[in-house]
Design a protein. Sequence first.
Length: 399
Amino acid sequence: MAKINMKTPLVEMDGDEMTRILWELVKEELIKPFVDLKTEYYDLSVQNRDKTNDAVTSEAGQAIRRHGVGVKCATITITEARKKEYALKNILPSPNATIRAILDGTVFRKPINVNRIKPAISSWKHPIVIGRHAYGDIYKNTEMTIDSPGKVEIVFTGKDGKERRALIADMKGRGVVQGIHNYDDSIHSFARSCFRYALDEKLPVIFAAKDTISQTYDARFREIFNNVYETEYKNEFAAKKIDYQYTLIDDAVARVVKSEGGFLWACKNYDGDVMSDMVASAAGSLAMMTSALVSPEGYWEYEAAHGTVQRHYYRYIKGERPSTNPTALIFAWAGALEKRAALDDIEPLEKYARSLRNITLRTIESGVMTSDLASLAGCDSVDSWRFIETIAEGLAAAA
Ligand code: NAP
Ligand code: MG
């Protein structure tokens, strides 16, 4: 059987631990037998990041800017403990943060629905995608404890030395204060990434904040979203019969819980942090969550939302065959190949990517699944190798 040809390489970023083992397996068993796979390979393993003083991570980010589409394995975020464990020279920044800074992207997380795994919220029929703003607010805050009575103010000092002041509180006694910020540019990028993703996926968008209480800060987010939508996206949205709505965050939560799903929920940084975990666990399992980084300029990076599954890896190196779920990794590859196919106009590749996804889902629905899902579906589990083999058999039969 002839393999499907590619025109432009995918930027492939290899990673660590259990996901690195599964990465190789997915490529060898599920992709290479069917696709003449072209990738530009970057080894983001903790050892190679350390060896190159993290140059490899920046190079990979730049490569995505060059080629447009990347696929990334989970990587260890280095801590003091990991530095010791792997005998590393340095504690380097998280690769995801480095790549996000290069692409100026927004992270979209989408649960993978399977019929056998019922969401905890019974009305949800379609996935709810969370688009999380990845800059600022409390994640870049300055905090202080106050030990005695006194005035707390915000002071802005311009380049010309002029000051603007606003009273936060006339503190009567001990307490705490916090200062946060964001940039118009960052909010613009966030809004554009959300609208672009929604158009690509043909999903309506809701954005929510608390502008009744925060009439300057949150109101700025609302204004920027409205402006970007009205001036840049409204017509394209109308053509695809989707829309954009702003609502208050508490109203949004109530509506999301009662909804059927099938929309993009754009969230401020903190809301996105909290709500993506709520959506993931209510939808089923962390191992069934995909993640895509989308830049406003139209660069795409696909990955699984979960980490390197360290505990399973320790069992693997002792000689066990763990039942780690590779579904989100498979979906990351399928997403990247499908995007590459759409950009390069390669219909057979688009078809293959869709069938890779469908056959993975059908495999789970037929009762062949890893232990995280088997415990929810109430059936027996297989190890990762048998799970991937079953998908490979399905692909071969469909080819
Ligand atoms: P994790 O790798 O997501 O795993 C946490 C637990 O969730 C696992 O022990 C396992 O539970 C379950 N799980 C996650 N993915 C699974 C899968 N595919 N199949 C089956 N079960 C799965 O998080 P972590 O252990 O906190 O982090 C490990 C490393 O990953 C850290 O070094 C962290 O820095 C890194 N990390 C990287 C990324 C990324 O690259 N995007 C994201 C998050 C974390 P049981 O053990 O109970 O089976
Ligand atoms: Mg979180």
